[in-house]
Design a protein around this ligand. Structure first.
Ligand code: PHE
Length: 345
């Protein structure tokens, strides 16, 4: 009965008070457990009376505990709950990669001239990457030094088959020109962006992979003047009106005549800087009139059709646009670099 009064009077102020109460009465070493242990050794007659009392006692202790338990658990939860009135934490939004930004800009400019998009595989066979593009058998670009060859799993084919099909990671997007011209009939006016691979030592100026955009225009009576005007338009749109261009004669197996195009350095504005090696000019692409041999290789009548092609490195275009001096930044995923392009769309 002394305990009964204690239980009735009990009014916990904290969760600890309640816990102390639970241990004292309801715990495995608590008072109620002791009483029940004692209860085992009394006579059957006493049991009938005592049992009832004990059960009531236990129930009242449990009821008391349960009544407050909810109060305190709720209160504890409430303190842990987020305070909805606090200002939000804010979250990080990703930024477009500078190469994606510039690829998009290039595509948009050529779209206005009627160029459509095309794509091809990054693992390419000898025909599409070299042979159809008029590369002579012994051309140095086919050399192991430049090209990553892909080994076919051995044992699956005869030696004869393996020799016939040499696979490589494409070294340029010109392979996509071949695929496009093989698959469809002229006229063509297409832009072909993609990743290319070359076996080069990685430095600030070279990487084992980079990105190109290939352009192709084939129709009746396409001339070198069309090529020049198309590229001139691109440069004005990309780097602003007044940017100068110049063409230098060059050589590619798949174009004749061939040229490389320079633009006036966008960083020093022609005054001379490390980017243009003090010359005021920076090379941005290779181009030329498609060699008739290439057209014949893909089954196009070279008497009826002519065309031009060009290929530019997106990294180079981006470097000039955003004054980036180290190619490795593009593939290192350093957020301090990438965050700088957050505001660009
Ligand atoms: N494929 C050449 C390169 O990677 C560029 C090029 C494309 C040149 C189309 C002429 C015509 O260097």
């Amino acid at each position: 009965s002394q305990y009964t009064t204690e239980i009735e009077a009990f009014e916990p102020k904290t969760a600890e008070d309640l816990e102390r109460f639970r241990i004292r009465f309801l715990g495995t070493k608590g008072i109620i457990k002791d009483l029940f242990d004692e209860f085992k050794s009394v006579s059957a007659e006493e049991k009938r009376v005592l049992g009832k009392v004990l059960n009531q006692f236990k129930q009242s202790a449990e009821a008391k505990f349960n009544a407050f338990k909810d109060d305190f658990t709720e209160q504890t939860n409430a303190t842990n709950k987020e305070d909805l009135t606090l200002p939000g934490e804010g979250f990080q939004i990703g930024a477009r990669h500078p190469l994606s930004l510039v690829r998009k800009q290039i595509v948009e400019i050529f779209k206005r001239l009627g160029f459509v998009l095309a794509e091809g595989p990054e693992i390419e066979d000898d025909w599409h990457n070299f042979s159809a593009l008029n590369f002579p058998e012994e051309h140095p670009a086919r050399d192991m030094q430049d090209t990553f060859f892909v080994q076919k799993p051995t044992g699956t084919e005869s030696d004869e088959d393996t020799k016939q099909e040499a696979f490589a990671l494409r070294t340029h997007t010109s392979s996509v020109q071949v695929r496009l011209m093989e698959a469809r009939k002229p006229p063509f006016r297409a832009l072909m962006p993609g990743r290319v691979y070359r076996n080069e030592a990685i430095s600030a100026r070279a990487h084992c992979f980079f990105h190109q955009v290939e352009g192709l225009y084939v129709d009746e009576k396409v001339s070198f003047a069309d090529l020049k005007q198309t590229l001139y338009y691109f440069v004005q749109e990309m780097y602003g009106e007044g940017t100068k261009v110049r063409f230098r004669p060059s050589y590619f197996p798949f174009t004749e005549p061939s040229a490389e195009m320079d633009i006036s350095c966008t960083i020093c504005k022609g005054a001379g800087c490390p980017m243009c090696k003090q010359s005021g000019w920076v090379e941005i692409l290779g181009c030329g009139m498609i060699d008739p041999n290439v057209l014949e290789n893909v089954g196009i009548d070279s008497k009826k059709y002519t065309g031009f092609a060009f290929g530019m490195g997106i990294e180079r275009i981006t470097n000039l646009k955003y004054q980036i001096k180290d190619l490795r930044l593009f593939s290192e995923n350093d957020v301090r670099f990438l965050k700088q392009f957050e505001t660009e769309v």
